[in-house]
Structures are given as structure tokens and as C-alpha cells.
Design a protein around this ligand. Sequence first.
Ligand SMILES: [Zn+2]
Length: 287
Amino acid sequence: MRFLATITGAALALTLSLSAAQAACSSGVSRTISVGGASTVSSTSGQFRPGRALRENEVVLTFDDGPMPGPTTRILRVLDEHCVQATFFVVGAMARANPHIVRQMAARGHTVGTHSQSHANLADASHEDAIREIKRGYASVSAALGSQQPAPFFRFPYLASTSSLLSYLSDNNSVVFDGPLIDSADWRGGSSASIRQRILSQLETRGRGVILLHDIKSGTANLLPDLLDDLEENGYKIVHLVPAGRLSDTLVASGGGDTNSSVAALEAGSDRSSSRTRNSLSPDNVR
Ligand SMILES: [Zn+2]
């Protein structure tokens, strides 16, 4: 009987803790938006349209450039505690270095998009080199995720797009998230209060938007709990974006169809991309 009582007690405790978690989650994401149709994506540029897709006071959290052990892990924990989902624009090289964190993003329900392989400025690269960078980014994130594909969501490093690359991505069912954005400019540093105020003042003007943050920045991980409180206190609701469709087979097959060997080849040093598309990724050199 004592054993049964212990089991019953444990079950009750589990139920109570789940209930507490569910209660806490009632203040999480207000709705999920399926991105891909005409009401969410521009038919001409293939870019996400926050002005049409989001209602007044709705915001989307996006994090670029990771994953990086430390800040990204802390950000995932804070998002969990607030029961909100974000979109991560992952750099392929970072995914290869930290695949377990990419899998954590997906396992916790976040949307995992991509941000090129090496954070090169694609507007400065030849069209062919730029496409190679984009495909390798997808391949590396695919390899990190394993059985899942990344979302067909892309953000250009430095927000540096070209019309031909926008057409290429649109033709391959990839949605671009380059603007207009609520730019935290967290990569510049500064105090938590100043970064949060920069976000809030842009939101006050526009009333809604996609917030651009960087999960490789410790300062961003530190300010996130206060930012989430700021948003709630000012009546903003966090919404979660998920893809309506998948990447085209063309892009997946040519860029990441054989992801393991693609990544293995990169790791073996057979990356023949032009040096023009290479760009070092450091916390001081991000966007
Ligand atoms: Zn970036």
C-alpha cells in the first residue's frame, strides 16, 4: 500500500507540475501563422510581409547567426520558461559545429530557418557563389537536424540581397525575412535598457513587426527575460511563424540531397567556393 501511495503521490506531483507548466504557458504564443500564401508573402519578391501577415500588436521573435553554446542555450531556456516559440536563422558553419543545439531548437518547437553557410555578404559574391552559399547553408542545417528539413525561411547575411537571388529563392519556395524589420541592433552592444528601448520605440511607430536579434550575443541572452516582460507589459503578443510548404526538391536535391557527404566534403577541405564569398563570423561582425 505504501508503494502504491508513493506511486499515486508521484503521479499527482507530476500532474500538478504539468498543470503549473500549462498555466504558465497560457501567456505564451498567442497564435501560429502559416507562412507561404499571398497574405503572408510578396508574390513579386518572395519576402515575408509583416504589414499584412501580422495584426496590430503582434510581434515575431527572430534570432540570427547561431547556434553558439552559452548564449543560444540560455536563450532557448528563457523561451521555454515563457512558453514562446521563435524563428532561428542558423548559419550552416555554426550548425555543423553545434548540431545538438540545432536539434534542441527543433525539439522545443522553434522554427529553424537558414542564414547561408558562412555568413558571407552574398550581394558581393557572384550569383553562382551566392547560390552555393545558400545551398550549403541548407545542407548543413539539414544534416544537423537529421530526419527533419529546415524551414524554407531565409535571411540574407547583413540583409544584403539582390533581385536575382530573391527571384532564385522565390522560385525555390523559400521565403525571405529581410524587411521591414524591428532592428534591435544588438550586435553593436550597448546596455540592455537601450537595446530594449530601441525595439519598443520602433514597435510604437509600426505597431507590429519581426524583431531581429542575435543568439550569439551574451548581452541578448541577458536582456531577453526583460524584453519579454516589456513586450507583455506594453500589450504586444508573440506569434509563431511556421512554413506552409517545403523547399523545392531542386534546391534540396542539389544543395543538400546528399547532405552527409556534402558536409563531409566541406569538412575535408574540398570547399572550392571563391574567397570572395568567405567571410569571418565573429560576434563583432554580424548582422
Ligand atoms: Zn547575420
